[in-house]
Design a protein around this ligand. Structure first.
Ligand code: CA
Length: 225
């Protein structure tokens, strides 16, 4: 197994230890020690997985996790110094993929990294005329250019692209992307679609992938509208 792993850890010895173990297992690790550096670094380098310590200088792991999740849904493993904190973290529904408590054995961390990546790999990759939806990295590209979708936009596009030509009404789309039944106005679907189209058009102005079906909803289809 391979991949770029970002280790965010402010204890240098621990970061080096983890880094060595990951490299020995075939991964390419990078290390950051300040929470405030994580988001810009992630935007630029798009790692395959992040090992994120909870207590960090600059910006704590919770804020970092939330922030990354708003634009990029890569696997995140959170590391805490106290077992009780895992319960708190789970309650916050940050969307991290796994939690590890210190002290840990680096071997265990490598095993968890592999398991999380394997799970993420299970999803399919959708490829339609220049559009690639990589569920492993929650990454959407059009003609090899990153669309920088939020998690909601990615899920919406993936759902529509799974069944080209099929028309979905707003309620169906909301049920799909807000499975926790949060109360959202069906206009919020329109606003997500609008942003999705804008991102797609900024890469390829002639790409018409999401079509409005008047009075009904939306469908994914290639071609012009
Ligand atoms: Ca720390």
């Amino acid at each position: 197994m391979s991949g770029n792993i970002l280790i965010v850890e402010d204890e240098p010895k621990l970061a080096i230890l983890l880094s060595d173990y990951l490299r020995a297992s075939g991964f390419e690790p990078s290390c950051l020690s300040n929470g405030a550096e994580v988001v810009p670094w992630t935007r630029e380098h798009k790692p395959d997985l992040i090992i994120l310590d909870l207590m960090l200088p600059g910006c704590d792991g919770i804020e970092v996790c939330k922030n990354i999740r708003s634009f990029f849904c890569i696997p995140i493993i959170m590391v805490t110094a106290r077992i009780e904190e895992i319960d708190i973290l789970l309650g916050l529904e940050l969307g991290a993929d796994d939690y590890i408590c210190k002290p840990f054995s680096p071997r265990e961390v490598v095993a968890r990294v592999k398991a999380v990546l394997r799970r993420a790999h299970d999803g399919q990759t959708i490829q339609v005329q220049g559009l690639v939806l990589d569920k492993h990295r929650y990454r959407a590209t059009l003609h090899n250019k990153d669309l920088e979708l939020t998690a909601v936009e990615f899920n919406l596009l993936q759902f529509l692209a799974n069944s080209p030509g099929r028309i979905y009404n707003r309620q169906q789309l909301m049920d799909k992307i807000y499975p926790d039944e949060r109360i959202v106005s069906d206009r919020s679907i329109d606003s997500h679609i609008k942003k999705l189209r804008r991102k797609i058009e900024s890469v390829d102005p002639s790409a018409k992938l999401i079509h409005s079906v008047y009075g009904v909803g939306y469908k994914f289809e290639q071609g012009t509208s």
